[in-house]
Design a protein around this ligand. Structure first.
Ligand SMILES: [Fe+2]
Length: 206
């Protein structure tokens, strides 16, 4: 499994995830310019199977349609809830526990509402966790935007994220932290939003 983290726009991360054996590939969160992601595809002879949107916000999804027009065999993947909010119709709807394969690579999906009603996180081969705007290094996504919900975010972090293995490497949707990625174990110990034990405590985090 290979993951390329690509900085786009001011501080957005897109990802290219692929199976080095079968060359099957997903681009995650093509919100801005996809030039660098397409360069990764070209230089490694990769086949784009999936365009995965962790949530509907335009800084994560704006280039999906354009990308699909360029590579018509690719399919747009997102959750039902956020799919309804996209300007493009998704081809594949994933829900909690769904999986997709990229050659030898297994993508497992978690429904992680809080930042948006249908935000998803993606576990790649039990090694990496792509968190979109659910979890950043040192913080979590905003809950005060339309469709955001503080209680749901607290539940997501406690029930869905804290229960995952420490060894997973967290790859967030924005470069907001002191480093671009980190182990989930480190984040469980240091991220204030994961350390909050009660909803009250969580709601008081500045
Ligand atoms: Fe967002």
């Amino acid at each position: 499994m290979v993951i390329k983290q690509i900085l786009v726009g001011f501080d957005n991360f897109s990802y290219v995830v692929y199976c080095p054996v079968h060359k099957k590939t997903a681009i995650v969160d093509p919100g801005f310019d996809t030039t660098k992601a397409l360069q990764v595809l070209t230089s490694n002879n990769l086949i784009l199977d999936y365009i995965i949107l962790t949530h509907y916000h335009t800084d994560h999804s704006a280039e999906a349609q354009h990308l699909q027009k360029m590579i018509p065999a690719s399919r747009i993947v997102c959750s039902k809830e956020d799919g309804q909010r996209l300007s493009v119709k998704p081809d594949i709807i994933v829900s909690d526990g769904s999986t997709l394969k990229l050659g030898n690579v297994v993508l497992s999906f978690l429904l992680t509402p809080g930042h948006t009603p249908g935000g998803i996180c993606i576990i790649v081969d039990d090694e990496a966790l792509l968190t979109g705007d659910t979890l950043f290094i040192g913080d979590c996504g905003r809950t005060d935007l339309p469709g955001g919900n503080l209680e749901e975010m607290f539940r997501t972090l406690q029930k869905k994220i804290m229960t995952l293995p420490d060894e997973l490497i967290v790859y967030p949707g924005h470069d907001y932290g002191e480093k671009p990625f980190d182990s989930l174990g480190n984040q469980k110990r240091s991220n204030k939003t994961l350390r909050a034990r009660t909803l009250k405590e969580f709601s008081l985090i500045p």
